[in-house]
Structure formats: C-alpha cells, structure tokens
Design a protein around this ligand. Structure first.
Ligand code: GLP
Length: 266
C-alpha cells in the first residue's frame, strides 16, 4: 500500500490491483460497522462497488461483522425507473447489498417510480436530515475527455451547487453516453440523488476508484481549484473526514493531473 499525501484529505491509499483496493475498502467498511454496529450508511452502486460488496459479503460470512443493525440508505436512483429495470440501482442493491444480512425494515430506498419526483426527493431529504449518514460510501463518475468534465458523486453532475440536498437531477450527456456505450443501457434523462450537502454531512466519507479514467476525474477534483464544475472537489471542504481508496492505475493518472496543475501555477 502507498499513501498519497494531499493537504486537505485525511487519507489516500493506493493499492497495486483492483482486487487489493476493493479488499481494503471492504475491510474499512467492515471495521467501521464493527465499531458502530447500528451505523447509518449510504451505499453507492455501479461497477466499482461490485467487488467491494463481494468482499464485504465474505467478511459477513466469516462472522467478522454483522450488518443486522445498520440503517441502509443509498446515493441515487434513475427516474423514472422501476426496480425491475436492469439499470435500476434499487435492483442492484436488493441483489448485492441488502442481502448481506441487513434487516429489511432498516433499508431505505429511493422510489424511482414515484409520480412526483420532487416529493420523493423531499421525503428522502427529510430522512437524511433526521439522521445524517455515519458513513457515506462513494464511487466517482467518469471523466469525459471530449467535454473535459465529469467526476460526478452520486448523480451530482458538474455545476451542481454544493449546498444542494436530495433532488431530481438531469444527467449530463456524457453520463448518458457512458450508460449507453459502457453499460449497454438506455437510461432515463433524470435521477433522484442525494445532494452534495447530504454527502458532506456524513461523519465519515469514503471514495473508491479504479483505472486511469477515474484517476483523471479524481485528479481534477483534488488538484484543480475547488469549484462546482468539479463536484468531488467539495470533499476537500470536509477532507478531514475523507478516506480514498485507489488502484495504481488511478493513482498514476491522478498524479499526472497533480503535476499538470502544479506546472500551471509556476
Ligand atoms: C454512477 C452513480 C454513482 C456511482 C458512479 C460510478 O452513475 N451515479 O453512484 O458511484 O456513477 O459508477 P461506476 O462504479 O459504475 O463507474
């Protein structure tokens, strides 16, 4: 493991492979729950989280930790979207996360089928305000070379105000392109997402990223000026609560952005 020092982030760890990174992230979550058995958690979805949830599942099976008492929420869901859709994040969580021994009465899902998405966002916002997350688990959205933008957290795309709570978001064309080209999915134009304010209110925040493209997105968030154009740059404002897990490919791409930003300052 290599530690990467950043002036505003508590800890950044880089590991040789995706597997090592996902294992380290799962161990962090497992240790957190072991210390806080009734923690309120925010789960992320996506490809990044598949191995993390897989390894977390192994620690549950090994009896190292129990998720029976945690309160489980999630970051985002497409809208409109039924849990029967292949791209539904609720479906993803029901298949991969809620099955890890979480009590059904402790799972709080965003209803992508809600007729009134603003009312659904307000319902979720109230729930998160009543009990902010003890641990928020994040991935990061891809970097789009064409538009030189990206790196969403939740579905907070570039330009989203940092003080935004849970809301109905319009997806950036590059996010829709990713869903179409990388995931083979035709997704809706909107999503209900926790806002950056909800994420920032968490006691601990962790972010996991693998590969060059995600490293570039994170590099822009950590080394460009803090700005709503770089949604994950908001994490630097609460950086003492943030831990980042990267594989070597992401770390090296992030290092290149750091170098570019430093050379622009000279
Ligand atoms: C998705 C979701 C996020 C997720 C991120 C990364 O669109 N909005 O919750 O963390 O983008 O996804 P992936 O891990 O599949 O690259």
């Amino acid at each position: 493991m290599n530690e990467i020092l950043h002036p505003q982030i508590n800890r950044i760890e880089s590991y040789p492979t995706v597997v090592d990174t996902a294992k380290a992230a799962a161990e962090y979550i497992s240790a957190f729950i072991d210390a806080n058995p009734a923690a309120a958690m925010t789960f992320a979805t996506g490809e990044t989280m598949k191995p993390v949830l897989g390894f977390l599942g192994e620690t549950v099976l090994d009896g190292q930790v129990s998720l029976a008492q945690i309160v489980a929420r999630h970051l985002d869901e497409y809208w409109p979207c039924s849990p029967l859709e292949e791209h539904s994040f609720v479906r993803y969580l029901r298949e991969r996360a809620w099955t890890l021994g979480i009590s059904p009465e402790n799972t709080y899902e965003i209803n992508g089928e809600a007729k009134d998405p603003d009312a659904e966002a307000a319902r979720y916002e109230a729930l998160l305000r009543e009990r902010p997350s003890d641990l928020a688990i994040l991935g990061i959205g891809p970097w789009d070379i064409e538009t030189q933008t990206g790196g969403h957290i939740g579905f907070n795309e570039a330009g989203t105000p940092f003080d935004c709570g849970t809301h109905l978001a319009s997806l950036h064309p590059s996010t829709k392109r990713r869903d179409r080209e990388k995931r083979g999915q035709s997704t809706p134009d909107c999503a209900i997402t926790q806002g950056i304010a909800n994420i920032s209110a968490a006691q601990k925040i962790m972010l996991v990223a693998y590969g060059e493209n995600k490293g570039t997105a994170l590099g822009h968030a950590l080394y460009d000026p803090i700005s709503t154009e770089r949604p994950a740059s908001a994490l630097r404002k609460v950086g003492e609560r943030v831990t980042i897990f990267l594989d070597e490919a992401a770390a090296s791409a992030m290092g290149q952005i750091e170098w570019q930003s430093a050379s622009m300052l000279v």
